[in-house]
Design a protein around this ligand. Sequence first.
Ligand SMILES: [Fe+2]
Ligand SMILES: [Fe+2]
Length: 330
Amino acid sequence: MRGAPPLPTPRGELSEALVAALGGRGVTRCLEPDSAADEALSLWILYELHHRGFEGVDDALEWDPALLVCRAHLEHDLEARWRRRARAVVAPAQQRCEAGEDLAPVFFDLCETDTGGGSIASFLQRDADLDQVLAVLRQRSIYHVREQDPSMWTLPRLDDETKAHLVAIAADEYGNGDPARLHAVLWRRGVEACGLGSGYAAYVDEALPEVLEQVNLMSMLGLHRRLVPAALGHLAAFEVTSAVPSRRVARGLERVGAPEEMVDYYREHMVADAVHEQLAVRRMLGSLVAHDPDTLPDVLWGGAVCLLAEQATATAVLAHVGADREPAVA
Ligand SMILES: [Fe+2]
Ligand SMILES: [Fe+2]
């Protein structure tokens, strides 16, 4: 497919085998991953076949049975791990809903769960130097080049009302008909002004395993019809937890003198997501759960996954950029 990224650099036995098979240098072997990085990259590669594919790789391999078996194996572990991790966040919220409370206040409270650890936005606002800002942007790029794309896979599977609300939220994400205003385009303009690569998956080779897992979770939730409620719960939690951090990041970028184009990207989200969070929780999730009350547990699970995956990413990224080291004395 035109615009597809090159295959990434393998990080272990499984990703090596997958890259070899996709590159036409062997048959697919679904080996056990030999590290968290190998596992996350392997699943990212398999999901990427459903997004843009890879330069020089036959598009028909998207539906290759051996690759699908491999993907299912990795997904099984990923889902089980995140079901376990999110249990303590989901349970109290579910109990409140089952006791008769409305979903919206419960979901907003869930999004304020203290997950411990630091915040990337707070670090950028107050402490990061320009090099650290750029290092964070490189880690974030893997997500920002496609943002809501995985949740769009849910569209044909939704009831009419929920579908209309999701499209209302997505309209801003996709530029409201103006190709120059797509959030992915605003992102590319920003990182180019910063002197960074803006290609799709430009920094996949340096993406931390937690960063890859965060985007893998979104692909998993979006691709599976049975996980539609979780995909929408995840999207809603993303909207709820975006406006305030975006303001913090914008201030941090201004503080270090980052280019206006990059600041603009975050300003756009300060404004748009303050509206989206209400639409996403009250209307989109509200109509989904009203239409089918059995979706509630997975709506909450998807929200919890969003929070906890961001926390895992934040912990890893902050350590990666040396957020805890003393600022250099000029
Ligand atoms: Fe966006
Ligand atoms: Fe948004």
